[in-house]
Design a protein around this ligand. Structure first.
Ligand code: KL2
Length: 690
């Protein structure tokens, strides 16, 4: 009896008192991309947060250009117009379901939602879920209490033009003007789902999951006003719960020591300041943006359903995914779009017409065999003209190694800016290499075909006395710092004896007894591609066999051949004499000059780093039930060190990636915000005038 009294009466009472005392303690602060966006409230937080809420509300759209306009883009015209939602009172309850992109120049408008929502009931539901200790919030717990920032994508030509506008407009305060310390970067990408618009559940992308046990308890400072903080990508949504009438007592302990919560969202990283020599003279440079995006073919999604068991059914529906994909393309409107896993029928019937309406010219290459997806490259016709195009099939009937159905596209594009071809052509290559983690040998051969074709384009330019810059995009199914990635980045790969599974870094198959290893020749000479990843000409082939000359220096280097480095078993061991190992520098020279080395001379630099600037967190570009990795990359050509030739491309900015933990906090991929199991990569590059 006494025990029961203590348990059912005294313990809850002590928890209750404890919570009241929490009002005088500082609650966890919330940091987004390293900047505090919410200070956690505190003793008099009701007052503070009311101030925050009011400032947020009172900040009007500062950009008069962002008014409602008709959609210029055909099939997108049927997307729900936020402007309409704003105007039509009866649709306010759907307001959270509309587009959730926000730029720093816009302020969200969520006043309607406050008044139209049954706050207390919703909040109690919300808190019940929280106090149940369920780390993932129940979707239905927030029927209509999200606040959503809005912008009409049709009134916004592209995110990049916004960036430019902002850069030119010193008046626009992009940091803390609306009372919320936004992340320092310039533009956020945050979508909300349209699924809700089609009567599906309200998406819940939120810090609440992270805060699930933090037991935010507030006393009502003003009736009808509650605590809130921005959530979701780009902080484009507002999570709102009214101050609490104490919830049911929880037996779960409060979050005790954690006084800050770090959240990272996708932001635009402006890198122009890292270059001391970025040219501001718009006539002397050509800036362009390029996206690489594996949009997850629906057929592959259905064929590999085990990879998406974590997903609610609705986020896997093609119609919904398509809608968000198109929005993403329209919001960023990159000058060049490189897509992978584009299902042919979806491309022809749904994607191509929209992109054409938007002013793109598209090239599509379907995978060979029975595969229904392929790669597409689309470029803005008013920014580039096409000089040459090559559609690549990696399957070669006469080559056992190249028996897979992957493809690529290599394009030569002439920037239209300036007069008399003031800018060098840009060679754009897009590919989706073989997935099979065990077959690095196949991946390298496929990559060699891409490089050989890029080399064809470069030679075409050279024959006209022109230089050519290169951007290589795609899903390489290889991780950063893997041998394949290093090969692209450094131009060299010593492959002799390398296990094939090691090439892409996707898996560790070292436990296996038998390893397929790489030995020369990597591919049959019939492919006509050298170890330098160039097509051999007739004369080169003949010369290489018949006219070999060996210098004394060359012959000396043979002492570092692997066979020469093995001490015969019967050779007496004399320390410092017969156990001598080659100097690593000599080995390096040997490796780079002689066999077993794959080379290319494109001087490519990766645009994305595998870690965040803080160097502590790895980022990923794809995630499914079986894991996450960064397999999508964009490489661009830069000036060779010590070369007096033209400068090459400069990286001006990129759309940041997220960590695996970030993505799981959004319930993995695909989700209501990101419609594929990959994230898009977007970079902005600068091409100098010749
Ligand atoms: O990793 V990918 O997903 O770049 O997003 O590329 C391939 C895989 C794509 C085309 O072949 O289909 C996916 N396990 C996991 N993913 C697979 C598998 C598999 N066995 N087969 C194909 N894919």
């Amino acid at each position: 009896m006494i025990v029961s009294v203590m348990f059912f009466v005294l313990y809850p009472l002590s928890r209750l008192i404890g919570r009241v005392s929490e009002l005088w303690r500082k609650a966890p602060s919330v940091y987004v991309n390293g900047k505090e966006v919410w200070d956690g409230g505190g003793a008099l937080s009701g007052q503070q947060q009311t101030g925050l809420l009011l400032q947020w509300n009172s900040t009007e759209n500062t950009d008069p250009d962002h008014t409602d306009t008709e959609s210029p883009h055909g099939a997108l015209a049927d997307l729900p117009h936020v402007s309409e939602l704003k105007k039509t009172p009866e649709m306010h309850e759907d307001i959270h379901k509309s587009l959730g992109y926000v730029s720093q120049m816009e302020a969200p408008d969520h006043q309607h939602s406050i008044s139209d929502t049954n706050l207390s009931e919703s909040a109690l539901e919300c808190l019940e879920v929280t106090y149940d200790g369920d780390p993932v919030m129940n979707e239905s717990a927030f029927p209509n209490i999200e606040f959503q920032s809005h912008s009409d994508i049709d009134g916004m030509p592209s995110a990049f033009s916004q960036l430019d506008a902002r850069a030119e407009d010193p008046e626009v305060d992009i940091s803390v003007s609306d009372g919320l310390a936004h992340p320092s970067a310039d533009v956020f990408l945050g979508f909300d789902s349209d699924a809700g618009y089609e009567a599906m559940g309200s998406p819940v992308f939120d810090l609440v999951a992270l805060l699930a046990d933090s037991e935010q308890v507030r006393t009502p400072a003003e009736p009808g006003v509650g605590w809130h903080f921005p959530v979701g990508l780009g902080l484009s949504q507002m999570r709102y719960c009214p101050y609490v009438q104490f919830p049911d007592v929880s037996y779960y302990p409060a979050l005790q020591d954690d006084d800050s919560i770090e959240v990272m969202w996708r932001v635009w990283e402006d890198l122009s300041e890292t270059h001391t020599d970025v040219c501001a003279d718009t006539a002397a440079v050509f800036d362009f943006s390029i996206m690489s995006y594996n949009i997850l073919a629906q057929d592959l999604l259905e064929a590999n359903a085990q990879l998406y068991t974590h997903c609610p059914e609705e986020v896997l529906l093609w119609d919904q995914r398509l809608r968000i994909i198109l929005k993403e393309l329209q919001i960023w409107e990159p000058d060049i779009i490189c897509l992978q896993e584009v299902q042919e029928d979806h491309f022809l019937e749904q994607i191509y017409p929209v992109l054409t309406d938007m002013g793109y010219t598209c090239i599509y290459k379907r995978r060979t065999g029975t595969k229904t997806d392929g790669c597409a490259v689309c470029y803005h016709s008013d920014r580039f003209t096409q000089l040459s195009v090559s559609l690549l099939e990696f399957r070669r009937p006469d080559c056992e190694l190249l028996d897979r159905d992957n493809v690529g596209i290599v394009l030569l594009l002439q920037p239209t800016a300036g007069q008399n071809e003031a800018f060098s052509p840009v060679c754009v290559a897009n590919t989706h290499l073989l997935f099979n983690p065990g077959r690095g040998d196949v991946k390298l051969a496929q990559l060699a075909i891409v490089f050989a074709q890029i080399d064809v384009m470069i030679k075409k330019c050279r024959s006209e006395g022109r230089r050519c810059e290169v951007v290589l995009c795609g899903d390489f199914n290889a991780l950063p710092n893997s041998p394949l990635w290093n090969f692209i980045s450094t131009g060299q790969l010593y492959y002799h004896g390398l296990p094939a599974w090691m090439v892409s870094g996707q898996v560790d198959l070292s436990y296996k007894v038998h390893h397929r290893r790489l030995f020369a020749p990597l591919w049959p000479s019939g492919l006509g591609i050298s170890d330098g990843c160039q097509y051999r000409t007739e004369t080169q082939t003949a010369a290489s066999v018949e006219n070999r000359q060996y210098s004394a220096e060359f012959l000396c280097q043979l002492r570092y051949r692997p066979a020469a480095c093995v001490r015969p078993a019967d050779l007496e061991l004399i320390p410092g004499v017969t156990d001598k190992k080659p100097d690593p520098d000599d080995m390096e020279m040997f490796n780079s000059r002689f066999g077993h080395t794959l080379r290319h001379t494109l001087n490519l630099t990766p645009a994305y780093s595998p870690v965040r600037p803080d160097a502590h967190t790895a980022v990923v570009s794809t995630l499914n039930s079986e894991g996450a990795a960064m397999v999508d990359h964009i490489f661009y050509s830069t000036r060779r060190t010590g070369s007096a030739a033209a400068e090459g491309l400069k990286l001006l900015g990129r759309l940041s990636l997220l960590s695996e933990a970030d993505l799981w906090s959004l319930r993995g991929l695909p989700n209501e915000t990101f419609p594929s199991d990959h994230l898009s990569l977007i970079v902005k590059l600068q091409l100098p005038a010749v």
